[in-house]
Write a protein that binds this ligand. Sequence first.
Ligand code: BTN
Length: 269
Amino acid sequence: MQKLPLNILASLPLGELRYFDTIGSTNDEALAWAIQGAPDCSLVVADEQTQGRGRAGRRWITPRGTALAFSLILRPTPAETNSPALVTGLAAISVVEALKKAYCLEALIKWPNDVLIGRKKIAGILVESVWAGDCLDAMVVGIGVNVLQESQPAQKELLFPATSLEAELSAADEKRHHDCNLAVDRWRLLREIVATFLEWRPRLGSEDLRNAWERYLAFRGEPVRVWTGSEQPLIGHIIGLAGDGRLRLLVGERIEVIPFGEIHLRPSL
Ligand code: BTN
């Protein structure tokens, strides 16, 4: 696949850009660059990641030319400093809406931040922070999207089934409008995700953002199991989000509000 055409990002209000043919992890590069003073909205993009990282210490390998892997550096606004967890939701909404705008694909969010199409994972998000003492100095929003089928790890290595942009675009779907894009173009998707993120960013903490995140929740109304660290999962039905983005789960007759953290959520059916 084609290398990053720089003009594709030209109209976006970004900081600086670093592109790598190959790198360990774009998040590691972005964290180091943030410490050295990267300006707000600087972007690290790589064609290949050899040491990419996922949540809970998992690996996220990005084989050359097959996927989208990038990290956006934020100098936090007051709203982001107050509610850093919402940045995760903001990133997930941006991926969902970009897939819709660029490809007419309907994606949903497995709370808090995995992006699914047809109950399979197409994208993952890893948000990390840089602290200067007690002060949140920077946040790094790392996003990985499976673009070609080769980008998906073998199913047996996965905790959750995966899909790719290529697989979803080639799936027969009569509902897709004739002017929906069919060409797999990861740089177009990159542009759309970053543009959508920047459009939503000033509304972090707003009712609008929470509503969008809630609207895109996967498994809503379905029985799910949620592991919050303890051995036994909570079994309940997703009923929505609290004002601060925590998950509301109906367990029997009581409502549990699930905090952010190392959460595992699975459909029960
Ligand atoms: C997950 O689902 O566990 C999160 C995966 C996040 C992967 C992206 S790819 C770009 C960025 N660099 C990394 O090392 N990780 C994130």
